[in-house]
Structure formats: C-alpha cells, structure tokens
Design a protein around this ligand. Structure first.
Ligand SMILES: Nc1ncnc2c1ncn2[C@@H]1O[C@H](COP(=O)(O)OP(=O)(O)O)[C@@H](O)[C@H]1O
Ligand SMILES: [Mg+2]
Length: 329
C-alpha cells in the first residue's frame, strides 16, 4: 500500500503529532509499505520533501491509497482534515467528519453519550456570552449543581491544555476565564475520585473490539500535560487493578460508545473507575500513536504488534471506503 502519513498541524499538540507521525511512518515502512510523509506546518501549509503540497479536489493525495492523519486536537482530529480528505477522495484512517467533530467537543460528546445512557460524571456547559453577562449567576449555578472540586476545561482542546482543577470556590471564576481564553465553550465537571483506566478500540463502527483495560498510574496529582509527556510522569499498568465485572462493563461501554458516536477505525476510551462504577471520560479518535503510547501498548499487551496495528488501520480505512461507495448519494 502507498500511505500518506500526515503529522504536525496547527493545534497545541503539534509536537505530539510529529512524534506520532514519525512512529507511524517508521512502522508502516517496516511493514513493507510505501510511505509518503506530509508535514502540516503551524501556519497551516502542507509540505512533502520540502515542497508545498498542492491539493486538488477529487484528485487524491500524492497517489496514496490511504491517508493516515496522525493529527491531534483542533484542525486535525476534529473533522476538518477528515472533510478535506473526503473532498480529495482518498481513504483515510480513523473516524469520519461527524464522529471526529463530536468527540473533540467535550460538551457535544457528553450530551450524545448521555442520550445513549452511558454513565459519566455530572457536568455543565457554559457559553462565552452568558459568562460575560451573568458571571455571578453562572458561578452560583455551577456550585449548586456540581459542588467542589470540579474540573474546568475548554470544550475542544486536548493534552490537558487549558484545564484547571478547582477545590476552592474563590478560584472558580479564574479557572473559567483561563478556559475561555482557548474556546468560546467551556465544560465544568464534578470530580471523579476514581482511578483512570483506558481501553483501546479497533474496528468498524458496528464491529469493533476493545483491548484489555490499562490503568494510568500517576507520579502525582492529575493527568496534566507534564504527566502525559514527561518521562516518568505516568506508568501504564496492564491489566488495570479493577474487578472482572468492572472490566467487562468498561469494555462493553467502550464498544457501545464507539458505535453510538459513529467512530470508525480506532479510538482510545478513557474512564474513571470508582469500585464497580464505571464512568466514561472521553473518546479520543486519534490518540497519541507512538509505540510507547497507551493506545499501541494496550494492543501490544493483547498480542498485536505496532506495525501490524498500523497496517490493520489502513486496511480498515480501505474497507470503509469500499462500503461507503456502495451507497448512492
Ligand atoms: N471530572 C474529572 N474528575 C477527575 N479527574 C478529571 C476529571 N476531568 C479531568 N480530569 C483529569 O484531567 C485529565 C485531562 O482531562 P480530559 O478531559 O481527559 O482532557 P484531555 O482531552 O485534555 O485529555 C484527566 O485525564 C484526569 O486526570
Ligand atoms: Mg484525556
């Protein structure tokens, strides 16, 4: 297969994406595929071998059979690049436009998951105009509804950027101001006291499987940017130290959420587990994708090597495109 690996992008996760992209390209190359690396620069331009990539709708992407958008966060994981790839008419790894966009917006995703009856922490969305005009009322409402501590987050970022944990009522307003610097929509969530457990999902929307769950063991505090990317910030324990029953609930929930949000190819489902209570935190449609990233580690623990995983995702992408072409529109 000829595979175009896209990495970089305009989001704060540019460097994380570059690491994912380099690994994917190496893995697919080692598996015998013909790899074309495309870097999405921070200014939004695309480059291949030092030349700007010129895109023409309907004309594919540098002759690739499949594109692998190893992109995280806004302008990459949020349906924008997926829409562009649809217009170029090239098969691509991962979720389509709608599921990518829905999963990257924490308020939209939580509302949809609530409709699907999936257990989550209590939460409330806040919009910038209301925050600007009714600050005190909003603060009162949030405290009455969610209590303390809470987590305050921009609706559409990743890698813990812009997220604050608030334990003191006096700090809530500042945490909202900080989150609103990133996004006109903010989500405030009741804190879960559970352990963090993640599960990798692989397959088509209605025919996916879930890996055994792994537990995020933190050196200290919560899973912030430093814990995610600094050496020693986190260790992964597989299998997670949860009951067999909680493990089964978690895997079934991961598959159900993947299907209900219309995900495709891959997602990492992140949970809080409080004893037997399993709460879904989020689905990441393009999780970090190096051999030491949680997504790949969990499959490795189940016997699926990194190169084979990357190849499998490209096969799934081709199959999805074939299936979609069978429908008239
Ligand atoms: N409601 C919550 N209860 C407890 N911890 C939370 C909660 N929300 C977020 N956290 C902590 O913050 C981290 C990042 O939050 P998350 O919603 O996963 O954002 P991101 O999309 O940036 O990964 C989580 O992994 C967890 O450590
Ligand atoms: Mg997360």
């Amino acid at each position: 297969m000829r595979i175009a690996v896209l990495a970089g992008g305009r989001s704060s996760e540019h460097d994380v994406s570059r690491a994912s992209g380099t690994s994917v390209a190496r893995g697919l190359g080692a598996a015998g595929h013909d790899v074309v690396e495309i870097v999405l620069l921070r200014d939004g331009t695309w480059q291949h071998d030092g030349d700007e990539v010129v895109l023409r709708p309907g004309r594919g992407l540098l002759g690739a059979d499949v594109a692998f958008p190893a992109l995280h966060g806004p302008f990459g994981e949020d349906g924008t690049v997926q829409g562009l790839l649809e217009l170029l008419d090239v098969a691509y790894v991962g979720s389509g436009v709608l599921a990518s966009a829905a999963c990257l917006d924490k308020v939209v995703a939580k509302d949809l998951l609530a409709c699907a009856g999936i257990a989550q922490v209590d939460y409330a969305g806040v919009r910038a105009p209301r925050w600007a005009s009714e600050r005190e009322t909003v603060l009162d409402e949030l405290q009455q509804r969610l209590g303390l501590p809470v987590f305050v987050k921009p609706a559409r970022l990743g890698s813990s950027v812009g997220i604050g944990k608030v334990t003191d009522a006096g700090e809530l307003g500042a945490a909202l101001d900080a989150a609103f610097a990133h996004d006109p929509r903010v989500i405030v969530e009741a804190m879960s006291t559970g352990i963090e457990v993640e599960c990798s999902v692989l397959g088509h929307t209605d025919d996916a499987r879930a890996s055994q769950p792994g537990e995020i063991m933190l050196a200290s505090g919560w899973y912030d940017f430093a814990a995610k990317y600094e050496p020693g910030g986190m260790t992964l324990r597989v299998p997670a130290s949860i009951s067999a029953g909680a493990g089964e609930t978690l895997r079934a929930t991961a598959i159900e959420a993947f299907a209900r949000l219309g995900c495709s190819g891959l997602a990492r489902a992140d949970f809080f587990v409080e004893g037997e209570r399993v709460l879904l935190n989020e689905l990441n449609t393009m999780p970090g994708f190096t051999p030491t990233s949680v997504y790949a580690k969990l499959w490795e623990a189940d016997g699926l090597a990194y190169e084979d995983l990357a190849t499998r995702l490209c096969e799934l992408a081709l199959q999805r495109r074939e299936r979609e072409r069978a429908y008239s529109f």
